[in-house]
Design a protein around this ligand. Structure first.
Ligand code: SF4
Ligand code: SF4
Length: 219
């Protein structure tokens, strides 16, 4: 089942597939499941280029791919359930119906935490997952399950932001504080999410995202 699922996800243009053991987390976080599957879809270099060059806010591709990642997570959970195991897709719809805390804008087990456990990337000063290959240009969703999939946990990466402050400097409402993330750090020390305008500038202009865009020869 595992190989079939991976191959089907790749056919559906999923760039990142990671499976981690989450059995050591609290029951509130893992909801009693021992495995988490992370899927990631990349934003296109042409979209990043357009947002950079025109300095505009346009959620079209971002919104579509966030939605697509959610749909795929729900499809994965359905496929696993059809084979007799239990699975829960952490899609926006399922979380809002269930355990998204509206006042703090948090969930017990964010996709980013699962990504960190997989060694995929680090938490940047923009509070986004940053990866060496794609920068922040990823739309993520996760699935919790009890299916017996092979897991690959990795050490949590230390931030590779260095002295960079691009995201802090470019943020229009100045809600990024410039703090380097550490394990267990309160998110509010990094960014004031309550006043974030969702403009995506901290995602687009991150040098790691720009490197990804350049690697595909779009500039
Ligand atoms: S999305 Fe825009 S407003 Fe929000 S933190 Fe990033 S740059 Fe600032
Ligand atoms: S823009 Fe710079 S400081 Fe911000 S997340 Fe990217 S590398 Fe880190």
């Amino acid at each position: 089942m595992f190989n079939e699922l991976i191959s089907e996800l790749k056919n559906r243009n999923v760039s990142i597939i990671k499976v981690v053991d989450v059995s050591m987390l609290t029951a509130k976080e893992n909801r009693g499941y021992n495995i988490a599957i992370l899927i990631g879809i990349t934003l296109s270099p042409s979209y990043i280029l357009r947002l950079s060059a025109e300095n505009i806010t346009d959620h079209s591709e971002f919104g579509d791919k966030e939605h697509r990642a959610d749909e795929l997570a729900e499809w994965v959970a359905g496929s696993i359930s059809a084979r007799g195991y239990h699975a829960f897709a952490q899609s926006e719809r399922n979380l809002i119906n269930d355990y998204f805390n509206v006042s703090t804008k948090t969930t017990p087990l964010p996709h980013k935490k699962i990504a960190l456990m997989s060694g995929l990337g680090w938490i940047g000063k923009n509070n986004l997952l940053v990866t060496q290959e794609y920068g922040c240009a990823l739309c993520l969703c996760t699935i919790l399950t009890d299916a017996p999939f092979p897991t690959e946990n990795a050490p949590v990466m230390s931030p590779m932001c260095g002295d960079c402050s691009v995201c802090k400097d470019i943020c229009p409402p100045h809600v990024i504080h410039g703090t380097t993330w550490e394990p267990g750090m309160n998110r509010d020390l990094i960014v004031d999410v309550y006043h974030c305008e969702g403009c995506l500038k901290c995602l687009v202009h991150c040098p790691w995202t720009q490197n990804y865009m350049r690697a595909y020869n779009f500039i």
